[in-house]
Design a protein. Structure first.
Length: 123
């Protein structure tokens, strides 16, 4: 094997490696972003808590909603952050209201009691 043949072989190998690298980069560029993660990045802390409740109550619906809103954020149709009130409104609008834990408390002379405690005491 001559020196020219060896140099030619090295060049072919380098071209093949370059082609593979370019193909890999092109595949990486073609991949769609993870829309669920895009959605989660656009939630405030209380928005994440509300979405966590929605995910617990409606797992499949919440994932589809997250992906759809993530697509909208990725395409630029939505901007800004979503808070708890907005997340609740989205789910209520599509017919899946998020059930929240509510408590009614009674305060008197610095003492805080729930309604159920007051009713128990009165019996």
């Amino acid at each position: 094997m001559g020196e020219d043949e060896l140099r030619l072989l090295k060049m072919r190998k380098m071209l093949e490696l370059q082609r593979r690298l370019l193909e890999r980069e092109a595949r990486a560029a073609r991949r769609e972003p993870n829309y669920y993660d895009v959605f989660m990045e656009h939630l405030t802390s209380d928005g994440k808590e509300m979405f966590r409740r929605a995910l617990k109550q409606y797992p499949s619906v919440a994932k589809r909603v997250a992906e759809a809103l993530g697509r909208m954020f990725a395409s630029g149709r939505l901007r800004g952050l979503l808070d708890a009130r907005t997340v609740y409104g989205v789910f209520a609008e599509i017919g899946y209201p998020i059930r929240l834990e509510t408590r009614i408390v009674y305060k008197k002379r610095g003492e805080v009691k729930t309604i159920s405690e007051l009713l128990r005491e009165s019996d």
